[in-house]
Design a protein around this ligand. Structure first.
Ligand code: FAD
Length: 575
């Protein structure tokens, strides 16, 4: 057989360290290796991706490209702006590809896309090789061990993973990679405009032709700039940097503190800590694969076993956190595409939220008298102007920086759903999808189900107070002052409830607390020029908590799940 001509397809594995799929590609001893990234219309158009995540992704691509050049000066990442379904068959032909290699992705959309690509490769007589590397264990193997059922608890996940043995040890970085072959492409002659108008693409959701026309292949194979994507650079405000080099440096620094690594207990880490955060902040790197999850686990275990003092245990220790990640990947794999919503989802409870999901079972049934009011609450939550300083600080940190601590996510997710606004978890998950750097469909959806007590967790009577919870971690309100700067001047006594401060205190603080008009849809009625304002709370929290508890209790008694026919046809009543 002639030497293989390998197309290595990079997706969520933007690294050269511990990459089982890249190792499999190199084990073929290829005559040439084409390291390709191609823009996927789903990511560009269907997924909600904010400027911070675009920037992080581009940084990952640039860093990967530099690493490939380090391993062979003739190499770089070949970034092509076309959908894999149309692009890859053309590349197979033009570059006479014999093998397509990629890291397995069990995300619902990706699995469907990859199945189509495998078919196209077979039609082109191209052999496909895939390897697991995105998770510690192959989600399909976990589900098989779990009797075909979704892993709805860490206990069931750990039992299943135990039967599979330890995850494989991380692989070393390759010392070199082969040259690419001839890079000419006949279809590159029709080079489209370089600026992809994302807004236009979003409007043209279901028109694949227009995607190809706007985002066709670029001739220089370089990762784009934000400007080329039509995103003003000033809108990417995160301080967090993407790329394998940053990820490995960040991990190495964390590993120097063996006590932190070996005694880490998630519930004891502060959601209000910033610069530095109280947890590892490695999640965006795990999402883009700029850090290998096996390498992370292995290094943590190595440092922990050398540590002399007493050590923390799963589920609260660092390995436990990674097991949660794998647990959600496996659960999503078992449920399939329905994992992203309530309708048709067998593991999720049906709750008749005020503001239902954007995919209601029927256009009329779920709309309630409370919907307009809840819509205003939802928007105020999303933009961090609820009038609850701790919630607003977290939501503004999320919008500015693309990351918030896990317990911060708990706070805002509980508040939006079963512990305040009574808005559908799917609406919250959509906002997180746009704003998070680490947005991982399985983890985001699974955690939203957990926090809304619709799946994974059922103790709906345990609610987070937006005042007491913040105060517990940060009595002086440094976190609130940082992210809600208009409240900086308030004394500690008022920082979590500035609306209770007398008018004289508000004047002294340089900020007046006023009601937003019409439930928050309109700005303040009277605003003096140059005066700083902050809204009063959008509802009475105690009243809302009692309402939510009563509603949740009723819905639990009725006990409908997303796959119930009454949920599907929109006739479900939860009382
Ligand atoms: P660390 O505490 O340092 O943990 C190490 C790693 O373990 C993380 O990087 C992450 O990969 C994994 N991990 C930790 N906790 C969880 C968890 N509960 N579920 C899954 N993985 C976990 N995590 C995502 O990676 N992507 C998401 O889109 C996402 N959405 C979430 C939405 C909600 C409503 C909630 C409550 C949590 C969500 N999480 C998500 C889980 C968790 O909040 C983040 O993984 C964590 O805060 C990332 O910070 P870290 O890297 O410092 O975590």
């Amino acid at each position: 057989m002639p030497h293989p001509r390998v197309l290595y397809w990079f997706r969520t594995d933007l690294r050269v360290h511990d990459s089982p799929a890249l190792h499999a590609a190199l084990a073929l001893e290829p005559q040439c290796l084409y390291p390709v990234w191609c823009w996927d219309p789903h990511y560009v158009r269907e997924a909600r991706v904010g400027p911070n995540r675009w920037q992080f992704l581009i940084q990952c691509q640039r860093d990967l490209s530099a690493s490939l050049t380090r391993l062979n000066p003739a190499q770089r990442l070949l970034v092509l702006r076309e959908a894999p379904g149309t692009l890859l068959p053309k590349l197979f032909k033009e570059w006479a590809i014999t093998h397509l290699v990629f890291e397995k992705d069990t995300d619902s959309y990706a699995a469907q896309r990859d199945a189509e690509i495998v078919k196209l490769a077979q039609e082109a007589d191209v052999q496909v090789i895939t390897r697991t590397g995105r998770t510690l264990w192959d989600p399909a193997a976990i589900i098989k061990e779990n009797g075909g059922k979704a892993t709805m608890s860490l206990t069931s996940f750990m039992k299943a993973s135990k039967n599979l043995g330890d995850p494989p040890k991380p692989l070393p970085e390759p010392s070199s990679i082969p040259d690419p072959g001839d890079l000419s492409l006949s279809f590159l002659n029709t080079v489209p405009p370089t600026v992809i108008d994302l807004n236009k693409l979003h409007r043209q959701k279901h028109d694949d032709e227009s995607y190809s026309a706007l985002a066709g292949p670029n001739s220089d194979f370089a990762p784009p700039t934000l400007e080329e994507l039509g995103i003003p650079e000033s809108t990417a405000t995160t301080p967090h940097q993407g790329g394998e080099t940053v990820a490995l440096t960040q991990l190495a620094k964390l590993l120097e503190d063996s006590k932190f690594i070996a005694t880490f207990e998630k519930p004891k880490t502060a959601p209000t800590a910033f610069e530095p955060a109280a947890t590892t902040l490695l999640s965006p790197h795990l999402h883009f694969g700029s850090l290998s999850v096996r390498r992370f686990l292995h290094d943590v275990q190595r440092v922990t076993s050398a540590y002399k003092g007493s050590k923390s245990q799963p589920p609260t220790n660092l390995p436990g956190q990674l097991y949660f990640r794998d647990m959600y990947f496996a659960a999503q794999h078992a449920v399939g595409p329905a994992f992203s919503h309530t309708v048709g989802n067998p593991v999720v409870r049906y709750i008749p939220w005020h503001l239902p999901s954007t995919m209601p079972p029927s256009p009329t049934a779920p709309y309630t008298i409370d919907s307009p009011r809840a819509h205003a609450w939802f928007l105020r939550w999303a933009w961090g102007v609820t009038g609850f300083p701790f919630v607003d600080a977290l939501m503004r940190q999320l919008r500015q920086e693309g990351w918030i601590h896990h317990l911060g996510r708990h706070m805002v997710a509980c508040f939006l759903t079963r512990g305040g606004a009574y808005v559908d978890w799917e609406r919250g998950a959509e906002v997180f999808e746009e704003l998070l750097l680490d947005h991982e469909p399985a983890c985001n959806l699974g955690n939203w189900m957990w926090l809304s007590c619709t799946a994974f967790f059922a103790q709906y009577y345990r609610c987070y107070s937006p005042v007491a919870f913040g105060k517990k971690w940060d009595p002086h309100g440094a976190f609130v002052r940082r992210y809600v700067p208009e409240l900086r001047g308030f004394a500690d006594k008022w920082i979590y409830e500035p609306h209770l401060a007398p008018e004289a205190e508000q004047r002294k603080a340089g900020c007046f607390i006023r009601d937003l008009e019409d439930g928050g849809l309109l700005p303040l009625k009277t605003q003096a020029a140059g005066q700083v304002y902050y809204p009063s709370p959008m509802f009475d929290f105690a009243e809302r908590r009692d309402f939510c508890l009563a509603q949740m209790k009723k819905a639990y008694q009725v006990g409908l799940h997303g796959d119930d026919p009454r949920v599907r046809d929109g006739t479900a009543k939860a009382e």
